[in-house]
Design a protein around this ligand. Structure first.
Ligand code: HEC
Ligand code: HEC
Length: 329
């Protein structure tokens, strides 16, 4: 009897906990992410960054905003094989999610940039993306009264590259998605995941996936070679940074959070579905030089494949969308 009452209490406490969690506002969560000492977040700074993120004037012909390739409705991706920039030009790669980017230890598929602040200028100046030039862009944005006013109030300076990069990075860090069924399950709500999802989680942990996609962010943040191609062709990954042949085929491990929303997959969007991705690993990769030794062939029944895909679906949390009403899918 004694044992039974304590079980009831636990369940009850669990109930209260879940209640508290569902009341939690995004503001409460923003306190928990890391940020550089020279870019303390504030609601106003995030708001300025948000306005700039959705502003098509950041591209040369005013046709494309960051949000066109990083669309909130698709977990801040674009569902294209490779992204499309100004004048229908094709970017080289598939757009990654920006959710939980506050936790990134390295930025870009080449894992070569240290901060989100450093990344902002890259797409703006990339000919196949926004095709702009900071020398022309800064005076143009400074002439927008709301931007110049915010720069003065928040940064005590004229609108410049510092203001642009700090505010957009602050906005990106505020994009949190950490309340998936998986997270609720791990916090003790055993009903948050279905039995298929729980079975899939066992498989995910028993296979070698966690070597590179460990919880809680489902990435080790490192560049790895997952054996996608025998010959990587034009895009040899991190190799292009230092021209070191040991880096051929190395790409930063993407997070698996919200993965069911961010298809197609891989740096070049070459795999369309999660079934195709699992097929790649089942075969043990294509064995290029440098392929990680953990990636070996394995077998799964049709049912087990379904469980694994179900588990990946338990990593979806679209609660962030309430801040992006007009973008809801
Ligand atoms: C034309 C489409 C396009 C536009 C516009 C664009 N991006 Fe991207 N973004 C991409 C692609 C493609 C990548 C992957 C590039 C790579 O890793 O080599 C990327 C990568 C990123 C990353 C790295 C994420 C990670 O996991 O490492 C961040 C951050 C980012 N973009 C933010 C922005 C911001 C901020 C803007 C606007 C100033 C922007 N992007 C505009 C397509 C775009
Ligand atoms: C050696 C490290 C490593 C291991 C082990 C590994 N992955 Fe990956 N995974 C990667 C890398 C690196 C990429 C991105 C490759 C690219 O873009 O070309 C990736 C991409 C993915 C993607 C697509 C992500 C996206 O946004 O495009 C999925 C899904 C995935 N892996 C699932 C798994 C599963 C399931 C397992 C276990 C069966 C696994 N991975 C094992 C490194 C690894």
């Amino acid at each position: 009897m004694h044992h039974l009452t304590s079980v009831i209490k636990l369940v009850f406490l669990g109930g209260i906990f879940i209640l508290l969690c569902s009341c939690e506002s995004p503001e409460d969560l923003t306190k928990e992410y890391p940020f550089p000492s020279d870019n303390q977040p504030s609601a106003e700074k995030i708001e300025l960054g948000r306005a700039l993120f959705f502003d098509k004037r950041l591209s040369l012909d005013e046709s494309i905003a960051c949000a066109d390739c990083h669309n909130p409705a698709y977990a801040f991706t674009d569902r294209k094989t490779v992204s499309e920039g100004i004048q229908g030009k094709h970017a080289e790669r598939n757009a990654p999610t920006l959710l939980n980017s506050a936790f990134l230890q390295t930025v870009m598929f080449d894992a070569h940039l240290k901060t989100l602040e450093l990344q902002v200028i890259v797409p703006i100046q990339e000919a196949t993306e926004m095709g702009h030039n900071m020398k022309l862009l800064i005076p143009k944005l400074r002439a927008v009264p709301a931007y110049q006013k915010a720069a003065k109030i928040l940064f005590n300076r004229d609108f410049d590259a510092w203001v642009l990069t700090r505010s957009i990075a602050a906005f990106e860090r505020s994009l949190l998605s950490l309340n998936s069924p998986y997270d609720q399950f791990m916090r003790g709500n055993k009903r948050a995941m279905t039995s298929d999802q729980r079975a899939g989680m066992k498989l995910f942990n028993a296979l070698y996936c966690t070597t590179c996609h460990p919880a809680p962010y489902f990435t080790n943040f490192k560049a790895e070679n997952n054996g996608l191609y025998t010959d990587y062709g034009n895009d040899k990954g991190r190799f292009r940074i230092n021209l070191d042949s040991a880096d051929i085929g190395f790409f930063k491990t993407p997070t698996l959070r919200n993965i069911e929303l961010t298809y197609p997959y891989m740096h070049d969007g070459s795999l369309k579905t999660l079934d195709e991705v699992i097929g790649h690993y089942l075969a043990g990769g294509k064995h290029p030089k440098g392929q990680h030794p953990s990636i070996l062939p394995f077998q799964l029944t049709t049912k087990e494949k379904k469980h694994l895909v179900s588990f990946l679906g338990a990593l979806t949390d679209t609660s962030y969308l309430k801040n992006f009403q007009s973008y809801a899918p």
